[in-house]
Design a protein around this ligand. Structure first.
Ligand SMILES: Nc1nc2c(ncn2[C@@H]2O[C@H](COP(=O)(O)OP(=O)(O)OP(=O)(O)O)[C@@H](O)[C@H]2O)c(=O)[nH]1
Ligand SMILES: [Mg+2]
Length: 595
């Protein structure tokens, strides 16, 4: 069967997964209600975390589709995938237009010589402006140095949620609400078959075997799995193979099983031919970018680079007064083993295990780390982590640090405070446009300045702003950044927090706990409005007195506390604090117990 390999790429939330799901439904590869976002955390958060393979069959052609995550923290997943496919579907929200991650993934695609198909999606949105979006996309292609051929991209307009695509906007019936439902996504499928080159030729199929992993997986029974593109030849199960990296000698191995994709499922196969995407088992030490071949002297395929981490933090055994109450796995050996397993599949992660019980974990951003912590806590792990810091290094004797581009869409009234706050954090204004009542601000600066800012941004824009940022490279260190310090409210007593004392404390800042929550000495229970550190007693009851005053009998009205999630904790914690994460609780505390 003819094979086509595509990846679907976009900025976060522009509708990649919804469109992939719709393609699977229309081609009968998956039933209603089945989604590519199959992981529980993905479903809860409504975002894609891991890139995943699916395959659909249409007009006797197998289309392997790789759905990728749009969030910048998972950008390195996308880059690897781009090496294994022949075309990308670049999805752009017709209302938002190209966003930072659109630019990032398009840039990578163009550099690899891919010729994208552009999908202007969400055309049903009331404020959608497909024409403007199209112009902006073309400008982006040109700005990124697209060749004439690349810039002459085919366009499909879609409402992925309704499963509808058209090649010309005039193909829609007059009203946006009454599109031509018959054809569904057929115009998109046709464009894919017309535009995406076949994955292989009979010449490639006749050559000796070469395949290359671009993603890793793990199975309790089969062990390490590698998702590979077969470039040449035919791969069979139980085959003896050789594995090598460019410039290194080959080692041998034996495949135990191979799978191909059908819908979202993996299907065991006897063999697979050049062009197909397969999952192979049996190679416990296989790595991304290595070449698996049938002969020891086969040339290695070009390596696949994996992006370096930009932030780091320490993972330690929880040693708070409440340590071990909830966790099933609490020792440093257990945490270490779990992290070692994570390294098998979490490609953007690096871990330094050289200290006995203080592991330095390096990742691609706060969300990347938060997802790992959330996954571990759900498995029953308990640990504490230090404040995330950026990774600095030296290039040619110059100290460099990670830089990011931040793109903000917010109501125009907040533009002054956003720019002021970010300038203080070392970010420099690059561009700004006003459209209607919304302003788009583009700033660039050290990642360090953005760490811990998102929470403040939500407050500054009353939750109406959208901030997205992505890594743009290591640049010379910009010197000290003075962030406005928020001070912590630290409990000086142990016991149950009482409504009465919280009622008094809420005047002085924002609380992270409500009444009846158990606290210990040194636990951070809130932050102070004035920015100074404050030791408080949240367990104090009301003193009884003989005289009744009217005011002390007032009903206690407590403001709901802000919930300390892992992500928020990583943001707001100070350098001298630990974030304590157990299966049921997230607490902040001072590293040194106060006297
Ligand atoms: N109005 C409208 N909403 C859509 C359309 N397609 C998707 N959405 C909605 O947009 C949101 C994001 O959709 P997803 O498909 O998860 O987006 P994604 O690009 O896969 O997101 P990430 O993988 O996290 O980057 C969901 O709430 C969808 O229901 C569309 O065509 N029109
Ligand atoms: Mg998605």
């Amino acid at each position: 069967m003819d094979i086509r390999n595509i990846a679907i790429i976009a900025h976060v939330d522009h509708g990649k997964t919804t469109l992939t799901d719709a393609l699977m439904r229309q081609t009968g590869a998956a039933k209603e209600g089945v989604s590519m976002d199959s992981n529980k955390l993905e479903q809860e958060r409504g975002i894609t975390i891991y890139s995943k393979n699916a395959a659909v069959v249409w007009h006797d052609t197998k289309i392997n589709i790789i759905d990728t995550p749009g969030h910048a923290d998972f950008g390195s997943e996308v880059e690897r995938v781009l090496r294994a496919i022949d075309c990308v579907l670049l999805v752009v929200d017709a209302q938002e237009g190209p966003m930072p991650q659109t630019r990032f993934v398009l840039k990578k695609s163009l550099e690899l010589g891919l010729k994208p198909i552009v999908i202007i999606n969400k055309i049903d949105k009331p404020a959608a402006d497909p024409h403007k979006c199209e112009v902006q996309v073309l400008e982006l292609f040109l700005e990124l140095g697209a060749t004439d051929e690349q810039a002459n991209f085919p366009i499909v307009y879609a409402n992925g949620r309704a499963g509808i695509a058209v090649k010309k906007l005039s193909d829609l019936n007059d009203s946006k609400d009454l599109p031509n439902r018959q054809a569904g996504l057929t115009p998109l499928l046709e464009t894919i078959l017309e535009h995406v080159p076949p994955a292989s030729t009979s010449e490639a199929e006749g050559k000796p075997l070469r395949l290359q992993p671009f993603n890793l997986g793990y199975d309790n029974f089969l062990g390490r799995l590698a998702v590979c593109r077969v470039y040449e030849g035919v791969v069979s199960k139980s085959q003896n193979v050789f594995i090598k990296k460019p410039g290194q000698s080959a080692r041998s191995g034996k495949l135990t099983k191979i799978f191909t994709f059908s819908g979202l499922e993996r299907v065991e196969a006897e063999s697979a031919v050049a062009g197909d995407i397969v999952l192979v088992a049996g190679l416990p030490d296989i790595d991304i970018g290595e070449t698996i071949s049938g002969a020891a002297d086969a040339a290695a395929l070009p390596a696949i680079a994996v992006d370096e981490p930009t932030i780091k933090l320490n993972f330690l055994v929880n040693n708070s007064p409440f340590a071990g109450r909830e966790g099933k796995f609490v020792t440093s050996r257990q945490i270490r083993e779990r992290l070692e397993r994570e390294l098998e599949i979490n490609v953007g992660l690096r871990i330094d295990f050289s200290a006995m019980d203080n592991f330095v974990v390096c990742g691609r951003g706060e969300l990347h780390i938060a997802i790992l912590l959330e996954t571990m806590r759900r498995e029953g792990y308990e640990m504490q982590v230090s404040q995330p810091q950026v990774i600095t290094k030296e290039i040619d004797g110059v100290k460099v640090e990670p830089f990011e581009e931040a793109v903000i869409n917010a109501p125009a009234e907040y533009q002054g405070s956003i720019i002021e706050r970010l300038s203080q954090r070392g970010m420099i204004l690059q561009n700004m446009h006003l459209s209607g009542k919304t302003v788009r601000i583009i700033m660039e600066g050290p990642t360090r300045g953005l760490l811990g800012y998102r929470n403040q941004f939500m407050i500054d824009t009353k939750g109406e702003g959208i901030l997205s940022s992505h890594f743009i490279g290591f640049r010379p260190f910009t010197g000290e950044i003075k962030k406005r310090q928020t001070g912590s409210m630290i409990s000086m007593t142990a016991g149950k927090a009482l409504g009465y004392s919280l009622w008094n404390l809420q005047e002085r800042g924002t609380l992270y706990i409500g009444p009846n929550i158990e606290v210990y000495v040194g636990m951070v229970i809130g932050n102070t409005a004035k920015g100074d550190e404050m030791e408080v007693n949240p367990t104090k009851g009301k003193t009884l007195s003989n005289t009744r005053s009217k005011s002390s009998d007032e009903a206690i009205m407590l403001t709901p506390p802000i919930e300390l999630t892992i992500e928020r904790g990583l943001e707001i914690m100070a350098g001298d604090e630990y974030l304590e994460i157990t299966p049921k609780s997230t607490r902040l505390r001072k590293q040194q117990n106060i006297k």
